[in-house]
Design a protein around this ligand. Structure first.
Ligand SMILES: C[S@@+](CC[C@H](N)C(=O)[O-])C[C@H]1O[C@@H](n2cnc3c(N)ncnc32)[C@H](O)[C@@H]1O
Length: 321
């Protein structure tokens, strides 16, 4: 049995009156030469680099307040420029490299929000979530918590193992993990200190089971996008307004769209030219039209298709399907 002690949230000042510093912009970051990658696209305060996240020299300093990302899952997805079918040992080596690079580029109070599979059932059972969390901690990330993302997918399973027999049944959980890690200290004492999360959102999202549908790869034109709701929640819950939000596997640009709409500074890296173009078009189409520097009433909320509405798309990057 779990006994939870719930503190009453203290009343907050009206957010519309809060002014925040604009000392940090993506233009300044870029002009300071912090990235060796080639700039693919810039819009408002988000910037997309075409480059390789495995390159430890891609960025030359600690600049990240919050990373929100979903790496390749190594489940045989047909990406243009990435081989998604490594041996498990090579996949762990790949994971160690990029998680170490993110650690190198993260500010002392920075955080890493890592969307990964719980496990892998094809080609041998693997505890992917546990293995990547262990690697991250070995590198120096500190563990904070794990959110279970219930994607609400209607099961189309056919792999039962030994049907109705205890001989060798298969158990598959239709969920993914969102692991919450941080670099040195959990408490944020730097940055704008302006939060834009409301009371209901805070109460709902600090419950560690998140339920919303996956995104349609077909709709977005990318084989494994996550839904906007995922970075939307992560950014509002774990970062201040004007923090630098990073996605080292930017794909179709979902994290950058939410960063732009939530008045954060967005930095993304994507290895593939075609996906950079998709991200660029999405960012142009799905971010608000107001200038970043201006005060807006409310950031645009995504249409997130909240569970239990059934998903037509069905496709997610999950290792289980
Ligand atoms: C699971 S997808 C990310 C999807 C993204 N969250 C979205 O919503 O569209 C992983 C992405 O990482 C990219 N990628 C793979 N290896 C990479 C590398 N070494 N550096 C940068 N990007 C890479 C792939 O091309 C792919 O677009």
């Amino acid at each position: 049995m779990t006994v939870a002690i719930v503190k009453k949230p203290s009343p907050k000042k009206s957010k519309s009156k809060v002014k925040y510093s604009i000392a940090q912009t993506v233009g300044r970051l870029h002009d300071s030469g912090f990235c060796q990658g080639s700039e693919y696209f810039r819009h408002k305060d988000v910037i997309l680099y075409q480059g390789d996240t495995l390159n430890e020299y891609l960025f030359n300093r600690e600049f990240i307040d919050l990373t929100v990302t979903s790496p390749p899952y190594n489940v045989g997805i047909q990406y243009n420029s990435h081989k998604d079918e490594l041996t498990y040992e090579d996949y762990l080596e790949f994971s160690e490299k990029w998680i170490r690079n993110c650690h190198r580029w993260t500010k002392p109070q920075g955080r890493l929000i890592l969307n990964i599979p719980l496990d892998k059932n094809k080609g041998g059972q693997r505890s992917v979530g546990a293995d990547l969390t262990t690697i991250a901690q070995k590198i120096g990330w500190k563990y904070h918590s794990t959110i279970v993302w219930n994607e609400g997918n209607i099961s189309r399973r056919t792999a039962w193992g030994s049907w109705m027999s205890a001989a060798a049944p298969f158990v598959i959980a239709p969920v993914e993990l969102i692991v919450v890690l941080y670099k040195d200290s959990w408490k944020k004492t730097t940055g704008s200190k302006v939060s834009d999360i409301n009371r209901q959102e805070f109460m709902d999202w600090t419950n560690g089971v998140w339920t919303f549908n996956g995104e349609s790869g077909k709709r977005v034109g990318h084989p494994a996008p996550f839904p906007r709701e995922l970075p939307h929640r992560a950014i509002k819950l774990f970062s201040f307004v004007r923090d630098v939000v990073f996605d080292p596997f930017c794909g179709s640009g979902t994290t950058l769209i939410e960063a732009a709409n939530l008045k954060r500074i967005g930095v993304g890296v994507e290895i593939d030219n075609h996906y950079c173009e998709i991200a660029k078009n999405r960012i142009l189409n799905e971010t608000g039209t107001l200038n970043f520097e201006e005060e807006t009433d409310k950031p645009k909320r995504p249409d997130n298709g909240v569970f239990p509405k059934t998903s037509k798309s069905g496709y997610t990057a999950s290792g289980n399907r």
